[in-house]
Design a protein around this ligand. Structure first.
Ligand SMILES: Nc1ncnc2c1ncn2[C@@H]1O[C@H](COP(=O)(O)OP(=O)(O)OP(=O)(O)O)[C@@H](O)[C@H]1O
Length: 318
């Protein structure tokens, strides 16, 4: 569970420092491979597939789309447009978890590859809406600087719902389908946006399916995706409210994270017990999972916190 490190962090006083003093590794041209030293992109995607399959519970829609998108992306030697994915769902359903798995598998086998992964937290890095002009400039500089050094950079924007309105549109030129901007080509970069916006609608759809006694696997992805794009564009609490990125269709995939059910929470608890080195204790697993399955109040199908508080609950009870 290594923390994601920054290549050029938003708080760096000189955001382009690495451009003037790059390390030898950051100068290696990544060419068609995902990151230096060159690796077979297909095998990286296969490893990612295995990791998602083993570690992520209850998110068959999200993991399928992520894998398809990344396999297509990794096959394209000269993409003109970066891959842009927007994750949506309730808290604790695995959005950050999946983005970490992507980062670890595509970039972080080698310590130095962490330099290709950049995480921006709207609450931490863009706290004051009145500074939006300055943030726009900084954001453009960080992205331009990082992609100049590492074309296959991965940018993760978490807490998108807290993003000052209009800020994300400042990166629109980099997400477009075009050759290069001032000699820098952005087509090999990946952008991930993590949002809670859309989570309530996803849950409504899932619950409706459950009430009609249809399986979770039957929830249609296409309906959810178009609903999500409309929802985040029209929702004032979303970082994409009225966003040109949505209007211009620059987000390639809207990815729904379904609310987690009792059985998925149980799996998270089992995993956490293993991780903390405890024996599997079925009574304890059931006790925690039952307490966490709280939505809707009459049926208690889903956990409104997903698996987010599992680690602390296990800590408390062991
Ligand atoms: N679908 C899942 N499968 C396995 N573990 C999960 C899943 N969802 C969450 N977890 C566990 O719960 C922890 C918290 O989840 P995570 O941070 O990914 O939630 P999130 O969707 O990003 O929430 P938020 O919207 O609050 O940021 C993860 O680190 C992971 O251990």
């Amino acid at each position: 569970k290594a923390p994601v490190s920054h290549c050029l962090s938003p708080q760096d006083p000189a955001p382009c420092l690495l451009l003037s003093t790059p390390s030898p590794l950051s100068l290696v041209k990544s060419g068609g491979a995902l990151a230096p030293p060159a690796q077979n992109p297909t095998s990286l995607v296969r490893m990612l597939d295995m990791a998602l399959e083993q570690k992520v519970f209850g998110q068959h829609l999200a993991t399928q789309v992520v894998l398809k998108a990344l396999s297509a992306y990794s096959r394209d030697k000269q993409p003109r447009k970066p891959l842009v994915m927007s994750f949506h769902g309730w808290t604790g359903t695995g959005k950050s978890f999946v983005s970490k798995i992507i980062a670890q598998n595509l970039y972080q086998r080698h310590e130095a590859r962490r330099r290709f992964v950049h995480q921006y937290d709207a609450v931490l890095h863009f706290p004051h809406a009145e500074h939006i002009k300055q943030y726009k400039e900084q954001l453009q500089n960080w992205i331009r600087g990082n992609v100049s050094v590492c074309p296959r950079s991965l940018f993760i924007f978490s807490e998108m719902d807290q993003m000052p309105h209009g800020l994300i549109d400042s990166i629109m030129p980099y997400l477009s389908d075009r050759e290069a901007i001032n000699g820098v080509s952005y087509g090999k970069a990946i952008f991930l946006f993590l949002n809670n916006a859309g989570g309530d609608k996803i849950t409504e759809v899932a619950l409706d399916h459950w009430r009609r006694q249809k399986g979770r696997e039957e929830i249609p992805l296409t309906d959810l995706q178009s609903m999500l794009s409309a929802e985040i564009f029209n929702n004032r609490n979303s970082g994409f409210w009225n966003s040109k990125l949505i209007q211009k269709n620059l987000v390639d995939y809207f990815i729904p994270f379904l609310p987690l059910e009792y059985k998925h929470v149980k799996e998270c608890i089992q995993e956490e017990l293993r991780y903390q080195g405890h024996q599997e204790d079925e009574d304890l697993i059931i006790k925690i999972a039952l307490a966490m399955s709280d939505y809707p109040s009459e049926d208690r199908i889903y956990s409104s916190k997903g698996c987010k508080t599992v680690a602390s609950k296990v800590n408390l009870d062991t």
